[in-house]
Design a protein around this ligand. Structure first.
Ligand code: ADP
Ligand code: TYD
Length: 208
């Protein structure tokens, strides 16, 4: 594998296996001798992790979609400035569990005009796309069952329910269809080993 910097993101609905697969991809690339920065959103830098707490805890109606978009974008800007851009500048692989496509879907699909707001803020404050986005596609019911089986108090988004997860799933597939050069769609409804093997194949072939 070449030593060029590489910015990879994982996207998908809640419980699709992004964190599990991000970790496994990081391990596989480190075993090949690459420097890997494994990170996540919302969060990934100290300031962005503080904003994460505001976003993921509390009742579902704590923030309007517009305020949420501002908070996610603020967190992303800090993460990009302090973690992602410096890592890419020194030639590392950055693997990020969720990025701007999550805002496009989770905030952008919540009402009239919101997708445009998300895109304009992204262009103004972030202005950068990943080299490769792995969309882990899964049935909403499977994802929800997996996510609810997990421990932890970060249930604000999972409270939005199965209907929303189905709309998000379709939205992510539409994004992947619109940008086939950046996205790879991975079938996440299989065992973690099979999913990890597919992902490593895609990353290896895209980089070569
Ligand atoms: P996400 O980050 O997309 O929410 P996680 O990687 O945290 O998903 O996975 C959600 C839950 O499902 C975790 O408890 C994890 O151990 C489990 N899990 C992940 N991948 C699989 C898989 N392929 N098959 C079954 N369970 C899985
Ligand atoms: P995450 O910890 O990735 O949740 P999960 O592991 O369950 O997939 O993200 C927390 C929640 O934040 C998740 O429900 C998706 C949501 N989110 C947005 O609404 N917009 C965003 O831009 C991002 C990055 C996440």
């Amino acid at each position: 594998m070449s030593a060029a910097p590489l910015f990879v993101t994982l996207e998908g609905i809640d419980g699709s296996g992004k964190s599990t697969q991000a970790r496994r991809l990081a391990e596989a690339l480190r075993a090949q001798g690459r420097e890997v920065v494994l990170t996540r959103e919302p969060g990934g830098s100290p300031g962005a992790e503080d904003i994460r707490k505001l976003l993921t805890e509390g009742p579902p109606d704590r923030w309007s979609p517009e305020t949420e978009t501002l908070l996610f974008t603020a967190a992303r800007r800090d993460h990009l400035e302090r973690v992602i851009a410096p890592a890419l500048a020194r030639g590392a692989v950055v693997i990020c569990d969720r990025f701007a496509d999550s805002t496009r879907m989770y905030q952008g699909l919540r009402g009239e005009g919101l997708r445009e707001l998300v895109d304009r803020l992204h262009a103004m404050m972030i202005g950068r796309e990943p080299d490769l986005t792995l969309l882990i596609d899964i049935e909403p019911k499977t994802g929800l069952d997996r996510a609810l089986a997990r421990q932890g108090g970060e249930d604000r988004f999972e409270g939005f329910g199965a209907g929303l997860q189905a709309r998000l799933r379709q939205g992510f597939l539409d994004l992947a269809h619109a940008e086939p050069g950046r996205f790879a769609v991975i079938d996440g409804g299989r065992g973690a080993d099979a999913v990890a093997a597919d992902i490593l194949d895609v990353v290896t072939s895209r980089v070569a």
